[in-house]
Design a binder for this molecule. Structure first.
Ligand code: AMP
Length: 403
């Protein structure tokens, strides 16, 4: 039997998340994370996903990514799932920025590493951490194919009219400034799952995907191909997020520099970490915001209203971009769990054929499901995302093709 396991790695600057999946059986074998790498109180949490498996947690210093991956390898080995197993087919890596170069998942070699490195100026926070994870994993199993799956790839089909900013073309080209978009594995997975839910082929349907997590983005997907998305050069553009501002007049930045005396780094932190819901009301967890609204908190209510107003604008904009919409799909932490957000986002859009059935919308948990009333012109759906499964599937498909 050929090897059918794929290890998925998502390496951040101070954390590594991982999942081991069996692709023939279509199931997860284990999942875990190492957090606060480099600090004295690093956390290793590992969950074997076999029946009766129990989560193990320990704290203690994990010095660097090398130590983090060794800790992960030790945990997997303790469950009989060691990385030396001949069953392991490949390692799939989440890579945030693939620029315009990587339109598809790619087997990693020196040339690919160099290109990911070349993209660091447009992804200074993410690509270095992703690279460290890849290089470390390569030392663990140098014989194994390692595949990069890019957050940006799904969006490389956007037409120039959607991807380009209206700034001087030479300046834009010199600095590779354009809308790249992120969360691509999620938008790809959810748009396909939505088509399946409708019982149709992805090529036949137009979907607006609303990925509403702590980071949030919308995309317009025509016949399985992305034609517009809300995040841009970086994940800062677009929707109101947990801690990011999303869209605003770029002149706010000059104003903060000239009048507010702030540096570029300070403004970067303000807009990425201290804005969005947390900036508006002090909380970025939608559960807490709803609880405060129920208690009559005006600040939380205003933050919620601003969040919904922006979301509605994107639904309307992407409706216009697509011309015909078959489905609107809600996904990620907020999209999958917050019924009031879904209800408010489509309220008043009956004229566009959009509506939510109260009872269906109130159902919690479960797989992909419709929440629009029977006979609705546009399906409204909740479609849980699964970025790890998507990365594993893309990795496995690529490695299988090359074998
Ligand atoms: P994600 O980035 O996809 O993991 O989403 C994380 C966010 O989902 C959290 O910050 C919460 O705002 C939101 N969230 C998670 N669970 C719930 C829930 N049960 N109800 C409302 N919001 C939730």
């Amino acid at each position: 039997m050929s090897p059918s396991r794929v290890l998925v790695l998502n390496s951040g600057s101070s954390s590594v998340k991982y999942q081991l999946l069996d692709m023939d059986a279509g199931r997860r074998l284990a999942a875990g994370l190492v957090e606060r790498i480099g600090e004295r109180t690093s956390l290793v949490r590992h969950t074997p996903l076999a029946p009766g498996g129990r989560t193990r947690e320990r704290t203690g210093q994990v010095a660097d990514h090398d130590a983090a991956l060794k800790a992960m390898a030790g945990e997997l080995a303790a469950d009989g799932l060691g990385l030396d197993s001949p069953e392991l087919a490949a390692i799939g890596h989440r890579v945030v920025h693939g620029g315009m170069h990587f339109t598809e998942p790619t087997v990693i070699d020196d040339r690919v590493l160099a290109e990911i490195e070349r993209l660091i100026p447009v992804a200074p926070l993410h690509n270095p951490a992703n690279l460290t994870g890849i290089r470390t994993a390569m030392t663990l199993r140098p014989d194994l194919p390692q595949v990069a799956v890019f957050d940006t790839s799904f969006h490389t089909t956007m037409p120039e009219s959607a991807a380009r900013y209206a700034i001087d073309v030479r300046t834009a080209d010199e600095h590779r400034i354009r809308r790249y978009g992120f969360h691509g594995t999620s938008h790809a997975y959810v748009s396909r799952e939505t088509a399946t839910l409708l019982g149709r082929a992805p090529e036949e349907v137009n979907v607006i995907v609303l990925h509403l997590g702590n980071g949030a983005s919308a995309s317009a997907v025509r016949g399985g191909r992305c034609v517009d998305t809300s995040m841009g050069l970086t994940p800062l553009e677009g929707l109101v997020m947990g801690t990011r501002s999303g869209d605003m007049d770029p002149a706010v930045i000059f104003h903060l520099m000239r009048v507010g005396g702030m540096s570029a780094d300070e403004i970067d932190t303000l807009l990425n970490k201290k804005s969005g819901l947390v900036g508006l009301c002090g909380d970025n967890d939608m559960r807490e915001i709803r609880r405060r609204i129920d208690e009559g908190d005006e600040q939380a209510k205003l933050a919620f209203d601003i969040y919904i107003h922006r979301l509605k604008k994107y639904i309307g904009a992407y409706y216009a971009v697509l011309g015909r919409v078959d489905a609107v799909a809600f996904t990620a932490g907020v999209g999958e769990n917050a019924a009031p957000v879904r209800e408010a986002a489509v309220a008043g859009l009956e004229g566009l054929g959009l509506a939510v059935d109260g009872e269906r919308n109130a159902v919690r948990g479960g797989g992909p499901r419709l929440i629009s009333p029977d006979g609705a012109r546009v399906a409204v759906a909740v479609v849980p995302t699964d970025e790890e499964m998507e990365i594993a599937q893309q990795t496995y498909a690529l490695v299988g093709k090359n074998n």
